[in-house]
Design a protein around this ligand. Sequence first.
Ligand code: COA
Length: 172
Amino acid sequence: MNLILRPLQATAQELATTLAVERAAFGRDDEADLVQRLREAGDSRAEWVAEADGGIVGHVLYSPVRIEHGGDGEPLGLAPVGVLPAWQRRGIGHALIEASLGALREAGRHSLVVVLGEPGYYTRFGFAPAARSGLHDTYDGGDAFMAQALRPGGLDGRHGRVDYAPAFDLLT
Ligand SMILES: CC(C)(COP(=O)(O)OP(=O)(O)OC[C@H]1O[C@@H](n2cnc3c(N)ncnc32)[C@H](O)[C@@H]1OP(=O)(O)O)[C@@H](O)C(=O)NCCC(=O)NCCS
């Protein structure tokens, strides 16, 4: 497999293809609709794609979150992330998340990233339960709500409720 991990190019074709990837990955329209709403609201901060054998097979988006208390440097939320069903469980999601987080760390603009997902999966990328840092989500995610700093001290002084971008309000 020839795998390329790179930022999304905002061409009409790639914007549409990545919506189709999210739709197929989740088997429903909700996450693709969420991506569309985030883009329209100007709340897509970073989008990366995985290209395998010449076609886009994976996509991840980061959007700003609001934290009740503290800190410089806009915090982000990772969601959604999807890989086409036929390409899942081959390390593509892993590579995509790792590459995009690496680029965000290197850019140094954002303080931290949160994610709501399977702890067994996301702890592989350096995420830890956000509650340990005094953060909680609005979905009662418990240990499934995780955070990591994107730069030294990125989690310091931040605590309280974390609100995702308004586009998430419509997600069930
Ligand atoms: C989650 C997703 C992006 C992972 O991408 P992927 O390319 O399939 O994953 P990888 O091959 O990198 O990693 C596979 C590993 O993750 C685990 N894994 C994959 N999806 C998982 C999930 N939803 N829950 C728990 N573990 C999961 C697998 O068990 C596997 O573990 P192993 O290496 O111990 O066998 C992809 O499976 C997907 O699009 N799923 C549907 C959409 C979705 O649920 N997105 C995430 C919402 S938080």
